[in-house]
Design a protein around this ligand. Structure first.
Ligand SMILES: Nc1ncnc2c1ncn2[C@@H]1O[C@H](COP(=O)(O)OP(=O)(O)OP(=O)(O)O)[C@@H](O)[C@H]1O
Length: 253
C-alpha cells in the first residue's frame, strides 16, 4: 500500500497539538471532512501517518459533501483508495436550496458552510463517529480572529476542540500549522489539490466576500513588519486575560 509521510515539522506539530488539547484519543472514530483542498488532503495523510505511529488506536473515515452541482469526486476516491483511506461521498441538494436562499439575499458562504456543517454532523451520527475533524489552520484562525474583531466587534477565533450542540466533538488537528506548510506538502508530493474553483460561489453571480481576503492581505503586511506575528498570536490565543476587558458583569463585585 502506498504511503506518504508528511514532513517532520507537520508530524511534530500534529503530535504536540494533539497532546496539548487531547484531540485524538484511544478508541476514537473520527469523521474527517475532505474538501479536496490542500488543507484537508494534508490532514488525511497526517492522520494516516499518526495511525501508524501513535501508541493509541483510532479509526477515521474521510467524507466529501457534494453540493448537488454535478461535481466529480472520482479523483479523490481514487487517491484515498491508493492510500488505503476509507472514503465516502455524500451528495446533497444544497446548491438547489441555495438558489432560493440567495434571491432572499442571505449571505452566500455562510449558507453553504452552515448547510455543509449540518450535513457533516448527520453523517458523523450515521457512521457512529464520536468526533469530526476539520482542516482549519493557524492562518484561518488568525483571519477569523481579525475578521470578527474588525467587522463584527467580537473577540473570537477557531477553537482546536469543542463540543457541538448535538454532543459531537469537533477537532482541528492542523490549527497550529501555517498554511504555507500545507501548500508545501501537496506541492512536494505532487498531490492535485482542488482550489477555489470548487467554491460554489463561482457558479453564482455573487460578489465574492472580501473580508477574508482583506484580512489575509493585512496579516501578510503585518508579518513582513513583525516576523514573529503568528508565533505571538498562537501564544496570545492561549494567554487570555478575560478580566482586562470591558465586561459589565465584572463590575458587580
Ligand atoms: N465539501 C466538503 N466536504 C467535506 N468537508 C469539507 C468540505 N468543505 C470543507 N470541508 C471541511 O471544512 C474545512 C474548512 O473548510 P474551508 O472551506 O475553510 O476549507 P477549504 O479551503 O475548502 O479546503 P481545505 O481546507 O481542504 O484546503 C476543510 O478543511 C474540510 O475539513
Amino acid at each position: 500500500m502506498k504511503r506518504i509521510c508528511p514532513s517532520k515539522k507537520i508530524m511534530s506539530k500534529l503530535g504536540k497539538t494533539n497532546a496539548e488539547f487531547g484531540l485524538i484519543e484511544e478508541g476514537d472514530k473520527i469523521l474527517v471532512g475532505l474538501s479536496g483542498g490542500k488543507d484537508s488532503l494534508t490532514m488525511i495523510h497526517a492522520m494516516k501517518e499518526q495511525q501508524h505511529r501513535a501508541p493509541f488506536k483510532f479509526e477515521f473515515i474521510a467524507v466529501t459533501v457534494g453540493y448537488g452541482m454535478g461535481e466529480n469526486f472520482d479523483n479523490l476516491a481514487k487517491h484515498c483508495k491508493e492510500y488505503d483511506i476509507p472514503y465516502i461521498v455524500h451528495d446533497t441538494k444544497i446548491y438547489d436550496l441555495a438558489e432560493e436562499k440567495i434571491r432572499k439575499n442571505s449571505s452566500f458562504c455562510s449558507f453553504f458552510s452552515r448547510m455543509r456543517r449540518g450535513t457533516l454532523y448527520g453523517i458523523a451520527e450515521e457512521q457512529g463517529c464520536n468526533k469530526l475533524a476539520l482542516g482549519h489552520h493557524m492562518d484561518d484562525a488568525a483571519e477569523s480572529f481579525f475578521m470578527n474583531f474588525i467587522y463584527n466587534g467580537q473577540m473570537r477565533s477557531l477553537a482546536p476542540k469543542y463540543r457541538a450542540e448535538n454532543g459531537l466533538i469537533i477537532i482541528r488537528p492542523l490549527i497550529q500549522m501555517r498554511e504555507r506548510q500545507l501548500s508545501a506538502f501537496v506541492l512536494d508530493n505532487d498531490i492535485a489539490a482542488i482550489g477555489d474553483e470548487a467554491c460554489p460561489a463561482m457558479r453564482f453571480d455573487v460578489k465574492m466576500p472580501h473580508a477574508r481576503a482583506n484580512m489575509k492581505e493585512m496579516l501578510s503586511k503585518m508579518e513582513k513588519e513583525f516576523p514573529s506575528l503568528f508565533t505571538s498570536l498562537n501564544a496570545a490565543f492561549k494567554n487570555i486575560s478575560v478580566d482586562s476587558f470591558f465586561d459589565k458583569e465584572k463590575f458587580n463585585i
